[in-house]
Structure formats: structure tokens, C-alpha cells
Design a protein around this ligand. Structure first.
Ligand SMILES: Nc1nc2c(ncn2[C@@H]2O[C@H](COP(=O)(O)OP(=O)(O)OP(=O)(O)O)[C@@H](O)[C@H]2O)c(=O)[nH]1
Ligand SMILES: [Mg+2]
Length: 371
């Protein structure tokens, strides 16, 4: 834990010696200033040096030595020991905490800035492009440090580095007689139902496979109607399920389908009762793929929180929507950093069925560094 202390002495040298004596040689100087003590309104006082010093693990330099002799002349008249009032202590503690936070902030900023200062040429451009697209500074730095300053070399490297970080997992090949169950989960309004419609259209019309639909979003009538409209256009069976028993029955009814797509109602992940329902539905469904669908226009903080709630439910793909509207698609990299699951689909518009691609066929390098 970082410790921050202040030392006052008539000269800089004396203050420093006292600090290093107490905190060890690892101590770093945070601030060095002259202050006036005594006198009225700062007049007629004398000037002393005030050093603010921080150390991570105090290792008293004097620990192994004989106790230091008391200073011949104390630099400051020592106030008689008396219990300090609580308010005073509180104040000091608060001040220490603020100082400690300031030092940590400074140290971090310096590390980041120092790292990015080393970047030259193409590597520096990559760093700036990543930052501009919402990639977190630490991740942008990690990536750019792998990249050559030479453009030709760097271009090949960045493709490789992003491919490594953004592994995607294409759906298992679907063929007649081997059924695949794919469920989409995620917060409200991210585009789950639209994505289900896109997938349903692609697999039934382009691939000529038989597709069945299940929706557990029975909370809102409009939600069922939305999916029913698509199901009717594509002549696909749609079953709405309320309970885990319904889920088991629906699976039996659709057992001849090559692909079963499961739509779920958007959940506020802080609503524990509805999250529990979803957990139970998934436990019976046992999907081959469970995609957490997230919108690239969403607030990153919410996204990270959602991730924590949905991952334990067996999410094994990350799919993203609204790439067409996103100003910070770097969320893809930030989310992947927090979760080992591979990418599934990337959706880039409202259009059903065209605006969707498997992640491995999406040009993520273009999306993340613009070239
Ligand atoms: N721009 C854009 N809009 C999209 C995309 N995908 C879905 N949308 C739109 O997002 C809105 C919500 O889509 P839905 O599919 O209803 O979202 P949902 O996740 O099913 O919502 P809930 O069922 O309420 O949780 C609709 O207006 C969609 O047209 C996309 O890739 N880009
Ligand atoms: Mg929906």
C-alpha cells in the first residue's frame, strides 16, 4: 500500500534526509515547496522546505541499524504530545487518501504516456486510430507496442495481432439430421429479435435448411408479434414458451428442424428474478451456441457489467449489433479483453436479412484502425 508523508525542515537536504531515513531509499518526491511558518498572516515568519514523499512499501533505512541518535537540534519545535481531536485526524486521513489517489493517478499517467512516447511512425498511427475508436488506452498501447514503425511491416502485424485478439468461432456446419440450437441473450433493445430474423432468413432461404423458432419473450405481446410476422413470411414454426416445461415440449416439437433459433426477452441484468428465469430456460434448452448480443452504441461501463451477469449463464459467443451507428466500435476489443469467448456475428444495419456477417468475414482491421 502506498504511503504518503510530509516532511518540513529548514532546508531541502535536511527534509530529504529525514524522509529517506524514515521511509527508505525507494521513497519518491511528489512535491517540493517552500512554505512560510510562524508570523502573522505569513509575514515575519521563516521559510522552510516542505517535502511530500510517497513510498510503496516503507522499508525504514534505519531498520537494521542502531537507533538513530536524536537530532541535535530539531528542525521544527516539536509540539507536546497530546491526543489530537478526532476531527483533526479525520481531516488528515482524508488529505492522505486524496494525496495517495493523486500519486497513483500520476504514476499511471506517466506509465501510459511514457509508453506511448516510444511509439513511432506507423505504430503511433495505429495507437491513435485505436484510441479514436474507443479502444481503452492500455489495450491500444499493448497492441501498438507489437507493431513496427514501418508501414508495410506494421500492416501485416496489425492484421495478425487483431486476428489473434478477436478470435471468432464460426457456427458448426449445419446439415440435415444434425440439429443445432442457437440462443440469443442480452439487454433490452440491442437487436436480438432482428438478429434472429436475419439468421432465420439466411438459413432457410439461402441455405435451404428447415428452421424452427422459439421465443421466451412472452412478457410483451408486441414482442411475439414481431417475430411471428417474420416466421409467417418465411413459413417457419414459432413456439412461445413460458416455463421450463414448455421449453422441453417445444424442443420435442421442433426435433425435425435443422436449426432452432431461440429469441429471449431483453433483460435488465440487475433484475435478478427475470435473470433467474432466463437461467432456467437456458438450463433446459442447453443450446450449442449462446450468444450475448451487445450493441456497439452502448455505454462501455454497462457493457462490462452485463458481461459479468450473462457470462455465468453459459454464454459462449459474443455478437455485436449496430456497427453502422457506432462511433466507438473499439468496444469489441475491450469486451474480448474481459472475456475469453469468441466472436459470433456482427450486425451492421436494420435490414433483414442482409445486414449481418459472421465475425470472421467482417473486416475488423478496417473497423478498428480504419484501414
Ligand atoms: N442501426 C442498427 N439498428 C439495429 C441493428 N440491429 C437491430 N437494430 C434496431 O434496434 C432496434 C431494436 O431491435 P430488436 O431486435 O427489437 O431488439 P431486441 O434485442 O430484440 O429488443 P428486446 O426484445 O426489447 O430486448 C430496432 O429498431 C432494430 O431495427 C443494427 O445492426 N443496426
Ligand atoms: Mg426482442
Amino acid at each position: 500500500m502506498m504511503q504518503v508523508k510530509r516532511y518540513t525542515a529548514p532546508s531541502y537536504a535536511e527534509a530529504l534526509i529525514r524522509a529517506k531515513n524514515e521511509l527508505g531509499t525507494n521513497a519518491i518526491i511528489v512535491e517540493n515547496k517552500k512554505v512560510r511558518v510562524g508570523g502573522i498572516f505569513g509575514l515575519f515568519g521563516r521559510t522552510v522546505t516542505e517535502l511530500t514523499v510517497a513510498v510503496d512499501q516503507p522499508q525504514p533505512a534505519a531498520a537494521n541499524r542502531a537507533p538513530a541518535a536524536p537530532p541535535v537540534a530539531p528542525a521544527q519545535p516539536v509540539a507536546p504530545a497530546q491526543p489530537a481531536p478526532d476531527a483533526g485526524l479525520d481531516h488528515i486521513e482524508r488529505e492522505m487518501a486524496a494525496l495517495r489517489a493523486a500519486v497513483v493517478r500520476l504514476a499511471n499517467r506517466d506509465a501510459g504516456a511514457a509508453g506511448s512516447m516510444q511509439l513511432r511512425g506507423y505504430a503511433r498511427r495505429v495507437y491513435e486510430e485505436l484510441l479514436a475508436r474507443g479502444v481503452e488506452e492500455e489495450i491500444a498501447l499493448e497492441i501498438s507496442q507489437q507493431i513496427s514503425s514501418d508501414e508495410a511491416e506494421g500492416r501485416a502485424q496489425i492484421r495478425e495481432e487483431l486476428a489473434r485478439r478477436l478470435q471468432s468461432a464460426p457456427s458448426a456446419p449445419i446439415y440435415r439430421g444434425k440439429q443445432l440450437v442457437v440462443a440469443l441473450v442480452g439487454p433490452t433493445g440491442v437487436g436480438k429479435t432482428t438478429t434472429i430474423a436475419k439468421l432465420a432468413a439466411h438459413y432457410s432461404m439461402d441455405r435451404r435448411l428447415s428452421v424452427g423458432l422459439i421465443t421466451s419473450d412472452t412478457f410483451r405481446i408486441a414482442a411475439i408479434e414481431q417475430l411471428r410476422t417474420y416466421a409467417e413470411i418465411m413459413s417457419q414454426p414459432l413456439i412461445a414458451v413460458d416455463t421450463p416445461q414448455d421449453v422441453a415440449r417445444a424442443l420435442r416439437e421442433l426435433n425435425r428442424c435443422d436449426l432452432i433459433l431461440v429469441d429471449t426477452g431483453g433483460r435488465n441484468h440487475r433484475d435478478t428474478a427475470r435473470m433467474q428465469e432466463l437461467r432456467e430456460t437456458l438450463a433446459v434448452l442447453r443450446p450449442d451456441e449462446t450468444h450475448l448480443v451487445y450493441s456497439l452504441t452502448a455505454n462501455p461501463r454497462d457493457a462490462y457489467e452485463a458481461l459479468e451477469h450473462y457470462l455465468p449463464m453459459g454464454v459462449n459467443r459474443l455478437s455485436f449489433t449496430k456497427l453502422d451507428e457506432a462511433t466507438a466500435p473499439g468496444l469489441i476489443l475491450n469486451m474480448r479483453k474481459r472475456c475469453d469467448q469468441p466472436l459470433g456475428y456482427i450486425c451492421h444495419g436494420q435490414g433483414v436479412p442482409d445486414d449481418i456477417l459472421p465475425a470472421e468475414r467482417t473486416d475488423l482491421t478496417k473497423i478498428l484502425i480504419g484501414a
